[in-house]
Every structure is written in C-alpha cells, then in structure tokens.
Design a binder for this molecule. Structure first.
Ligand SMILES: *[C@@H]1O[C@H](CO)[C@@H](O)[C@H](O)[C@H]1NC(C)=O
Ligand SMILES: *[C@@H]1O[C@H](CO)[C@@H](O)[C@H](O)[C@H]1NC(C)=O
Ligand SMILES: *[C@@H]1O[C@H](CO)[C@@H](O)[C@H](O)[C@H]1NC(C)=O
Length: 312
C-alpha cells in the first residue's frame, strides 16, 4: 500500500507528496546537539502549526537514517512501544513541552546510539524503564514531570552522563550510590523536589554545577564533594530547611566556586583553625535574591557559639 502510493507520488509532485505523508521538515542536523556533525540530518517538527497530537511515525519511515528528531512544543500524549522503531542512527531525541502521560516502558529500547534524551515538561508519572538502558546517553532530562518514585531508577547504568536534570518533580529520595559511577558528570540539577537528603557526590570529580535548592533537606553531610574537584563549581542550596551547615562541606570546594545559600544560614567550624581556613577562601557567596553574603557574618565555631548537629 505504502509503496504503491510512494511510486505514484514520485510520478507526480514529489515534494508535495512527502509533505502529505510527513508533517515535519527534513533538514540538516543541528550542530548544537549530538548527531549534528558528519552530514547528519534531522526531522524537525517543533511548534507544529496545530500541535501534533501523535508521534509522526510516517516521517521516520521516510527518513530512517536521521540522527536527530525534534518534536518539542506539541500536544503529544502517548509514546508507543514502536513509536521510534527503525531510527537506528538517532543521537538526539527532543520531546520537551508535550503532554506525554503514557509512555511504553520499552519505547526507547532500540535507540542504542541515543546521546541526548529530553523529556522535560510532560506529564510522566514514572521514568520509562528503557531510559535506564541507554548507556550512550550524555544528557538526560526528566525535569518538570510528575515523578514521585525513584525506586526503579538505574542511574549507575548511564555512566556516560555529563548532564542530568531531574528538577521540578516530586522526588523524596534518590537511590543511594546513584552517582558513584558517573565519572563524567558535570551538571546535576535536582532543585524543586522534596528530597530529604543531599546525594553523595564525592566520586564525581568533573562537576561544575550542582543545583539543589528548594528541597526538604534538613541536614547536610560533612562531605558532599571530593576535595579533588577539577574546577570551581556552582552550588545552589538556598531554600532548604537546613539551618546549620558544616564548614567541611564547603571547604572541599575549589577556590572561585559560587555558592548560593540562605542569608540566615550558620556555617559551623570545628575549631578556630578551620574558621581561619574558611575565611581565607575566595568564593562568591550569594543569597536567593542575588545579594552578596559575607562569610564572617555566617561563620560560627563549635563549642564557642553552640553545639548544633554539624559539630557532632
Ligand atoms: C552505544 O553506541 C555504539 C555505537 O555508537 C553501539 O555500538 C553500542 O551498542 C551502544 N551501546 C549501547 C549500550 O546501546
Ligand atoms: C535492559 O537491558 C537488559 C539487558 O540487556 C534487558 O534484559 C532488559 O530487558 C532491558 N530493559 C528494558 C526496559 O529495555
Ligand atoms: C585527592 O587526590 C590525592 C592525590 O591524588 C589523593 O591522595 C587523595 O586520596 C584524593 N582525595 C580524595 C578525597 O579523593
């Protein structure tokens, strides 16, 4: 059926025919995303006129070799098990800003080469299981969905990740040890969840940005980072209920790091020499409004000024 029809199209006006079958454009790949070099092509269906309501599988049949598919800013609600079948060269898949509430667990199972998967701003209640098998991923976003439960997450399997965005979900917890194997991880965005604990990042030496504000963290551990980080980092912890911070957590940060915290925070040093060390650091410290904070005003010495949690 399809082939007869295609033949008829070739005999008539090819261009019109292709547009009829596929509502998207077939263009040179975008160099800003994985798969954007070496003559790759993309299927582009961003901001489709009336808002696509389904995955345009007809387009994939016409152009199975594309390295990028952009379907962001549409009205897609469902991803089926075979929605992306045959896209064996796909490196970038952007599904941001749709209404996906139903996604088959195996929907991404065949996309072995995928490096960037963007599911931001949908209505997913869970991360589809096949996401955790995509170990070529360097960038993954599940941000701004309705994900509560992380017990089926398998983050350690995505050991090539450089960028992971989980912000604006309802996560209370991320499985212990999730980040231990992610030696390339540079950017971790977990803000605006209801996390009660700060994850351990002591194995992630490539970090440059950790955004953890607006959670439910009541206590920060003595060490979150390795003292061997390779570059200064941006570390946001403003709007968490923790009041007393251990100086040791901050002393692991390289000089010129940028810290965003609450202006009524107290930073507890074990003794005077730790305080001296802390005050010698050249960090930029700001509150959530961007106002500069002065370490001298936040710093306290255990025993001398009190004995809260970080002192014990
Ligand atoms: C990662 O991609 C390579 C090709 O670029 C492929 O051979 C390999 O199977 C992929 N790995 C996985 C786990 O799919
Ligand atoms: C993930 O990969 C494993 C090992 O290849 C396989 O057994 C499992 O079914 C896969 N899971 C999904 C959801 O694709
Ligand atoms: C940092 O690096 C030094 C020297 O390479 C090593 O001895 C030390 O164990 C490392 N510290 C951490 C916390 O990884």
């Amino acid at each position: 059926m399809t082939s007869t029809w295609s033949t008829l199209c070739i005999l008539s006006v090819l261009h019109v025919c292709l547009i009829g079958a596929c509502p998207c454009e077939h263009l040179v790949a975008d160099p800003l995303f994985p798969g954007g070099h070496n003559g790759g092509m993309r299927i582009d269906c961003e901001f489709h006129e009336h808002g696509l309501t389904e995955i345009p599988t007809d387009c994939f049949a016409l152009y199975p070799d594309v390295s990028q598919v952009f379907l962001d800013f549409n009205e897609i609600t469902t991803v089926n098990v075979d929605s992306f079948n045959g896209l064996n060269n796909l490196k970038t898949l952007v599904l941001k800003k749709n209404k996906i509430s139903s996604c088959h667990d195996d929907a991404f199972a065949e996309l072995h080469q995928l490096e960037f998967l963007d599911l931001t701003s949908n209505k997913l209640g869970n991360a589809p299981a096949s996401v955790w098998n995509l170990s070529n991923l360097t960038k993954l976003s599940l941000a701004d969905n309705n994900i509560k439960d992380s017990s089926s997450f398998n983050i350690p399997n995505l050991f090539n990740l450089k960028w992971l965005d989980l912000h604006l979900n309802h996560l209370e917890h991320i499985p212990t040890g999730s980040f231990d194997l992610l030696s390339h991880l540079q950017i971790l965005i977990i803000k605006w969840n209801i996390l009660q604990e700060m994850p351990d990042l002591t194995k992630n030496l490539a970090l440059t940005e950790v955004i953890a504000n607006g959670n439910a963290i009541t206590k920060f551990p003595k060490h979150v980072f390795s003292s061997n980080l390779t570059s200064p980092i941006t570390y946001h912890i403003v709007d968490n209920p923790a009041w007393d911070l251990p100086a040791s957590m901050l002393l692991d940060l390289p000089w010129h790091s940028h810290i965003v915290t609450d202006n009524d925070e107290e930073i507890w040093c074990l003794d005077e020499s730790e305080k001296e060390d802390l005050l010698s650091r050249s960090w930029t410290i700001q509150d959530g409004m961007g106002r500069y904070l002065y370490l001298e005003q936040l710093v306290r010495v255990c025993g001398l000024d009190g004995m809260p949690d970080p002192c014990t």
